[in-house]
Design a protein around this ligand. Sequence first.
Ligand code: ADP
Length: 164
Amino acid sequence: MKIAVYPGSFDPITLGHLNIIRRASRIFDKVYVAVMVNSAKNPLFTLEERMEFISRTTARFGNVVADCSDKLLVSYARDVGASVIVKGLRAVSDFELEYQMALANKKLAPEIETVFLTSSEKYSYLSSSIVKEMARYHADLSAFVPCEILEDFNRMVEERSNLK
Ligand code: ADP
């Protein structure tokens, strides 16, 4: 069984992420979408909220599992029996850091391959940060955020910006 891990912050999951997940779910038998704890980022949503958003939007795929981890990515991949790490590449600007991480991970775990899926053209500019910024200005986000979470996402952004 070919198992893959798709790691990220997913704060929140966007249609760009979902496009990569859908394609990965066709290539691999099982895909773990793993919310990784990143001390350098200050997320708007809790780990549980981000995982729940992922579960809700990926339930229809059948072979996708939402999970989270505070471990090193390759340790997490080994724990779940994954032999592949999936990454989405949006633009050349993503490449340098992703290339560096892929090489470092290869050194740490030579048996695990990093596979890059090119972002679909229509989502190549999309990021979780842009989506959060636009939500603060009440923009229509139906072309960017999965419909299953759109209402909750807008409400939660609104509640959290009122607290600031
Ligand atoms: P973001 O930059 O949106 O905060 P994450 O840390 O959640 O992204 O990203 C997780 C993975 O998803 C990374 O491999 C990233 O390159 C990829 N990704 C993010 N947004 C997109 C998109 N719009 N299209 C394709 N891949 C994406």
